[in-house]
Design a protein around this ligand. Structure first.
Ligand code: MRU
Length: 349
């Protein structure tokens, strides 16, 4: 399995996703500031991977703290969380992970400094393992929605590289293939960062899953030609009403899917569901550097000084989402009730 991110004795190790698919290289962060940088620069990306990277960053910062009392350690902890919390605004997994580390710290206040440090590392490792287990469970549920054979379109990379392993949307596809379904994946290239053509194609080819890369503007034509039986994407944040923030271009796909009568599925772990955000209009959308649009591989493609927009995500209204696949099961509209019910089950456990 691809090791997207890993806790090691020398630091937090990441596969460098900015270098794929041509170079498989790894970066080891030895400080929490470096972890914040690799999240911001998208060496690691994808909502669940960002969440676990944040937790490991917090654990790393705390481990290296020179604090001599729990009070001093808490000050360092708050500073670390602040820095990591400023990296990327849309994927709610980042804030979910920081909150979980905060809750853990509060539970540990009566312990010694070495015990607190070790327990925070353990918590981050637990989150890593839980993410893979969630993806496997999601795959099991989602595979039932996949066609026996046919084309499945996906956007961006919601695979092993976007998670701690196996993937969300690609986990659903992997599980369907493991069950013997004959799936051919269509991977949108996903301008401007090209997560589809660089990352999704790379990891599916490693698994031997038939894959065709298309440019984003070909998706409608592929649907019209009957080549797409289903669409499955991941999510960066799902609001309480089922609106889905995901990679820019997802919204367009959802409308194309509706127009062509193709089911549009979203696969995401519960850590991506944000019941505190009532609807998609309240989800903060990250604006990234114009350079991602103006340049490809260092080559300028646009006239000097032209205005650029680069929102990294858009919001798909819940009414275009056929179903949301989580590790706890599949939910359908009305999402407000369905998601609350799913969250309630967790509280009751
Ligand atoms: O900007 P990115 O590459 O972090 O965006 C990633 C996506 O939009 C993914 O589809 C989403 O995080 C789901 S990953 C399982």
């Amino acid at each position: 399995m691809i090791e997207t991110l890993e806790w090691t004795d020398s630091g937090v190790r990441f596969i460098d996703q900015t270098k794929l698919p041509t170079d498989e290289t790894y970066v080891t962060c030895t400080t929490y500031g470096q972890v914040a940088d690799v999240i911001r620069n998208m060496v690691v990306r994808g909502a669940p991977a960002i969440g676990v990277a944040a937790a490991m960053g917090v654990a790393l910062g705390v481990k290296d703290s020179k604090a001599e009392s729990v009070g001093e350690l808490k000050q360092d902890f708050d500073q670390i969380c602040e820095v990591i919390g400023q990296t990327r605004p849309t994927a709610v997994n980042l804030f979910w992970a920081i909150r979980r580390m905060r809750d853990k710290f509060e539970q540990l206040r009566a312990r010694s400094l070495p015990q607190i440090k070790q327990a925070l590392i353990d918590e981050a490792l637990r989150m890593h393992a839980e993410d893979i287990a969630a993806n496997r469970a999601m795959g099991g549920f989602g595979a039932t929605l996949m066609p026996e054979s046919g084309g499945v379109l996906t956007h961006c990379n919601a695979g092993a590289l976007a998670t701690c392993g196996y993937g969300t949307a690609l986990g659903v596809i992997r599980a369907a293939v493991e069950q013997g379904k004959k799936i051919h994946v269509f991977a949108d290239e996903t301008r401007p960062f090209l997560q589809g053509s660089r990352l999704t194609a790379w990891e599916l080819m490693k698994d031997g899953i038939p894959t065709t890369v298309i440019s984003d503007n070909m998706a409608g034509a592929m649907m019209k030609q009957g080549k797409i039986s289903a669409i499955v994407v991941g999510a960066d944040r799902i609001a309480a009403n089922g609106d889905v923030a995901n990679k820019i271009g997802t919204y367009t796909l959802s409308i194309l899917a509706k127009a062509h009568g193709i089911p549009f599925y979203v696969a995401a772990p519960f850590s991506t569901i944000d019941l505190d955000t009532p609807d998609g209009s309240k989800i903060p959308i990250e604006q990234r550097s114009p350079r991602e649009i103006t340049h490809i591989a260092g080559k300028q493609l646009t006239p000097e000084g032209v205005e650029i927009e680069n929102p990294a995500f858009d919001v798909t209204p819940a009414k275009y989402v056929t179903a949301i696949v989580t590790e706890r099961g599949i939910v359908r509209a009305p999402y407000l009730e369905a998601l609350r019910q799913l969250a309630g089950e967790e509280v009751a456990k």
